[in-house]
Design a protein around this ligand. Structure first.
Ligand code: SAM
Length: 353
């Protein structure tokens, strides 16, 4: 039989052991969760044609470099991209109106499948597209075949990286449409891209681009939860497919990993990664300012309205401080003015504060 103090001591000991057990189990659960996020388990090699096997852990820590698998995967299935964004029209109308008002050729970075490029060319201007994705440009080439000759003659494209490609031409309007700039993940990527924009802008030319503005609530999704959407008929497989998305945000690098999960009725499920750098408005304004742009103006959601707390997309218009304005006619020589005599300083410069 236990004496009362001994029973009390035993209860205390049991409670202490339980607390330690709970702590260990909590720590090991955390360790597993951490391993899932930080372990070197994901490489470029296990994403074939843009698809990863569902259930294979994707580690954001290893993604988010310009041109890496999570930049390309989403665009590898151009038929899926084309179907998914076919109803997105606000930006198409906005850029087509801008094209109509612009005399001279337009350069569009991230032209992709021509969703915006073709309607711009239909307004009567020449448009040159640049894109990294062979699949997206393949979709544009296919689309171009069905265009009237007059429009087809006005479009051309070049596969390449927007950070490095040099076309050795000047354009009065340079665009980066539909979140293309979100594929610039690091400061160096942004600096290189902005340098290319300067090179391609004619004097007084405009650089216009849009990007989704991050809202606080979008950055705190639980990466272990998938958020389902209504099933879709997948354009590539033709099958009714359950669809869900996962979001994981890297706070320090400001990169969002979106994993799109597809579960068809028959066959294997798969996921497609996509990484987007998140830019905050004042940060973007500062990046443009310190990279040689001026007359920087933000509007909201493809309107002329100024942005507000409810804006989803910011459209930025700016000009280069680096391109020289066209040389004006040499002014008639003025008679040389007599130099005024220099006044003696009242204080020695050394003593000025
Ligand atoms: C969201 S899509 C926009 C496509 C099209 N403009 C539209 O509005 O539907 C972004 C495009 O940027 C391209 N892209 C991503 N990184 C790039 C890079 N470093 N250089 C050139 N293009 C890139 C992708 O291949 C993709 O086609």
């Amino acid at each position: 039989m236990f004496s009362l103090p001994r029973v009390g001591a035993k209860i205390q000991a049991i409670q202490a052991i339980r607390a330690i057990q709970a702590q260990i189990s909590c720590q090991s659960r955390l360790a597993v969760a951490k391993r899932k996020r930080e372990g070197p388990v994901y490489g470029v090699t296990n994403v074939k044609g843009g698809r990863a096997q569902l259930g294979e852990p994707l580690v954001l820590g290893e993604l988010g470099a310009a041109g890496d698998v999570a930049t390309r995967a989403h665009y590898a299935d151009a038929a899926y991209y084309t179907k998914t964004y076919a109803s997105r029209k606000l930006d198409v109308g906005y850029y087509a109106r801008l094209a109509e008002r612009t005399r001279g050729p337009i350069l569009e970075y991230g032209a992709g499948n021509g969703r915006i490029l073709v309607p711009m060319a239909e307004t009567g201007v020449e448009v040159v597209g640049v894109d990294l994705s062979a699949e997206m440009l393949g979709a544009l080439a296919k689309r171009a075949k069905s265009l009237p000759d007059s429009v087809r003659r006005r479009i051309s494209w070049k596969r390449g990286d927007m950070r490095t490609l040099r076309l050795r031409r000047k354009f009065p309007l340079v665009l980066a449409t539909f979140n293309t700039v979100l594929h610039l993940y690091e400061r160096r990527d942004i600096e290189r891209f902005f340098a290319r924009v300067h090179e391609h802008l004619s004097p007084r030319g405009r650089f216009v681009f849009d990007f989704s503005v991050p809202h606080g609530e979008d950055l705190v999704f639980d990466p272990d939860r998938s958020y389902g959407a209504p099933p879709i008929r997948h354009p590539t497989t033709g099958q009714i497919t359950r669809y869900a998305e996962r979001f994981e945000y890297d706070l320090m690098r400001q990169i969002m990993l979106i994993q799109m999960e597809f579960r068809p009725g028959r066959g294997d499920a798969w996921s497609v990664p996509l990484t987007h750098r998140q830019f905050f408005p004042a940060e973007m304004e500062a990046l443009l300012h310190y990279n040689g742009f001026t007359d920087i103006r933000f509007t909201a959601d493809f309107t002329d309205r100024p942005p507000s707390n409810t804006s989803d997309t910011l459209v930025v218009t700016c000009r280069s401080r680096r391109t020289k304005p066209p040389a004006s006619k040499p002014a008639a020589k003025k008679p040389a003015r007599k130099k005024p005599a220099r006044k003696k300083p009242r204080r020695s410069p050394k003593n000025s504060t």
